[in-house]
Design a protein around this ligand. Structure first.
Ligand SMILES: C[S@@+](CC[C@H](N)C(=O)[O-])C[C@H]1O[C@@H](n2cnc3c(N)ncnc32)[C@H](O)[C@@H]1O
Ligand SMILES: [Zn+2]
Length: 259
């Protein structure tokens, strides 16, 4: 991963400055970034920066844990199969990506990037995009960086929680999230973080299963995730709020503009 200066990054926990000069302080000579304020250490691997360490497990039941580990491995074919019921993978992704306002040279953040399956579609939208992706799962970091190598693409990857982003305020021209928003433990914090890191005027987009899709998700995973309409979490001062049903009724896409 290319080096990113303090212009972009901050400590996800306290938002303090990161010191890039602490090197070789952990076993295995892995370079670390240390927060000047709270002294947390974050490891820089070859293809991503890890802001979570041992944290970041996401499962609500034992069955879901098993389903998730298998799912991570077979994420792309499994998602492509599920999207067959939503009009096909291309049209399902397009229904979300078309909501983004992307221009040449934009800096884009996808939270919960998974294996990076939206990246090829983003690249077709405009030239010279600087793309940042975060995900909570290590396996997704590995899948995503592998895909980028295979596709001869370069993006900036971070293992981080969408509810505590490791980025400075007002950085991104485009901020979006596709999938798993319904299962965030603190959805309000995730939305507030997306707004914080977006530049004024940025269109923020969130898509996930609708109430109908969420019922099926719960049945497959043995979970009891409550569906809360996502517009509940949009602060009153946001502009042009739109909430549409997509994926043949199994999904929604929420979009709004930061003033
Ligand atoms: C359904 S997948 C979507 C992946 C990708 N956005 C796509 O369109 O294919 C959801 C992703 O969100 C990630 N995720 C779940 N909770 C998260 C959180 N709190 N912070 C960051 N990523 C999270 C999961 O690890 C998973 O990779
Ligand atoms: Zn800190």
């Amino acid at each position: 991963m290319k080096d990113l200066s303090n212009d972009f990054l901050c400590c996800p926990v306290c938002k303090g400055e990161l010191d890039h000069s602490h090197r070789d302080t952990l076993p295995g000579d892995l370079p670390v970034l240390t927060c000047n304020n709270c002294s947390n250490n974050y490891i820089r691997y070859e293809s991503y920066l890890d802001f979570l360490g041992e944290q970041g497990l996401i499962h609500n039941s034992r069955r879901e844990k098993i389903v998730r580990s298998v799912y991570a491995k077979f994420y792309t074919p499994a998602t492509n199969f599920m999207f067959l019921f939503c009009g096909g993978v291309r049209s399902a992704r397009k229904e979300v990506v078309d909501q983004l306002e992307i221009h040449d040279n934009d800096t884009i953040l996808e939270t919960g990037i998974g294996p990076g399956d939206n990246i090829p579609m983003l690249r077709k939208k405009a030239k010279n995009l600087k793309i940042f992706g975060i995900d909570i799962q290590k396996q997704m970091m590995i899948h995503c960086s592998g895909n980028m190598k295979r596709w001869k693409d370069t993006i900036y990857l971070f293992r981080a929680d969408a509810e505590q982003l490791p980025f400075r305020d007002r950085l991104f021209d485009v901020v979006f999230h596709l999938g798993a928003f319904n299962m965030f433990s603190n959805k309000q914090k995730a939305v507030d973080e997306m707004i914080r890191v977006a530049k004024p005027g940025t269109r923020i987009v969130i898509a996930d299963e609708s109430e109908k899709g969420n019922k099926i998700f719960n049945r497959i995973n043995g979970t009891k995730i409550e569906f809360i309409s996502p517009d509940t979490f949009v602060p009153g001062n946001m502009l042009n709020i739109s909430l549409k049903t997509i994926w043949k009724g199994y999904g929604y896409v929420l979009a709004f503009t930061k003033p």
